[in-house]
Design a protein around this ligand. Structure first.
Ligand SMILES: Cc1cc2nc3c(=O)[nH]c(=O)nc-3n(C[C@H](O)[C@H](O)[C@H](O)COP(=O)(O)OP(=O)(O)OC[C@H]3O[C@@H](n4cnc5c(N)ncnc54)[C@H](O)[C@@H]3O)c2cc1C
Ligand code: FES
Length: 253
């Protein structure tokens, strides 16, 4: 991981309390997998950095896209950063989504709310490999929805909203129960309660989940981000062993 003051090329609102940052810098060349994250220093007023997934990146242009939702004081202060300024970023961090081998042909992507962004570059890379992509995107309400057209350019997209203002009324799991099971791998990111429900529902399918739980140091030193695992140690750190895990390796409670 390296620290860099990345130039903010664009900073725009894309949905209810949701913003898109387009950043430029050398760090883009170090991104290995879709699903990695950066650790953002908001300002001196905030001791801890805030983790944000890399939504997309373009190596030849040296740019990366972050999408974030205002959740509290840190992300609210982030909205005040202006294009033309710089953002203090540490990254890229963590282990991202492994791309499937030649035997896999159909991937199911499941994103909940602000868990949707890290799936975007994954969808792009799967599509480039000729793998069929089906996406199930869940939001609280229509005003919160984003990236739907972008995901449609890679394959079929199903949307759910809690209040039924867009797509199926309910949760992503309500959509999953109506889908024909022809996918051979799944990739999911969203709140832990959603990930647990998805893991239970797709128990028979090989899958990967990305955790967006709270972090401290972001570099493996503080153990603020541990989750239960089935390996010898009995735990894994989201910041460095994840945020992406094989669904069979971890236990969500
Ligand atoms: C690996 C990883 C990737 C992430 N990627 C993104 C992303 O792409 N876009 C995005 O908008 N957010 C992402 N998050 C979540 C983001 O880091 C938090 O929303 C942010 O740190 C909240 O900071 P805050 O100061 O605004 O809120 P705080 O004031 O710290 O908290 C406000 C509220 O949000 C809750 N909260 C704080 N952190 C989290 C969290 N990590 N998950 C769920 N609830 C939280 C708190 O419990 C509290 O209720 C990611 C988190 C991780 C660990
Ligand atoms: S956040 Fe400190 S060990 Fe993961």
């Amino acid at each position: 991981m390296k620290r860099e003051f990345m130039k903010i090329l664009e900073h725009t609102s894309i949905a209810n309390d949701t913003y898109r940052l387009l950043l430029e810098g050398e760090m883009v060349q170090d991104i290995v997998d879709p699903g990695q994250f950066v650790h953002v220093q908001i300002s001196d007023d905030f001791y801890l950095r805030r983790p944000v997934s890399i939504c997309d990146y373009n190596r030849s242009e040296g740019t990366m896209t972050l999408l974030y939702k205002v959740m509290g004081k840190g992300t609210d202060a982030l909205t005040k950063k202006e294009a033309g300024g710089f953002l203090d970023v540490l990254g890229p961090g963590g282990q991202g989504f492994p791309l499937p081998g030649d035997e896999q042909t159909h991937a199911l992507l499941i994103g909940g709310g602000i868990g949707v962004p890290p799936l975007y570059n994954l969808a792009k890379q799967l599509n480039d490999k000729g793998i069929r992509v089906t996406s199930v995107l869940g939001f609280q309400t229509k005003a919160d929805a984003f990236l739907i057209e972008e995901f449609e350019s890679f394959g079929e997209v199903y949307v759910s909203t809690n209040d039924g203002t867009l797509g199926t009324k309910g949760f992503v799991t309500d959509v999953l129960s109506q889908l024909e099971s022809v996918h051979d791998t799944y990739y999911a990111c969203g709140p832990t309660v959603m990930l647990k429900a998805v893991m239970d529902q797709l128990e028979e399918v090989p899958g990967y989940i990305s955790m967006e739980e709270r972090m401290g140091c972001g570099i493996g030193a503080c153990f603020a981000c541990v989750i239960e695992s089935r390996d010898d140690k009995g735990y894994k750190r989201i910041c460095c062993d994840g945020p992406v895990f094989d669904a069979k390796e971890v236990v969500l409670s």
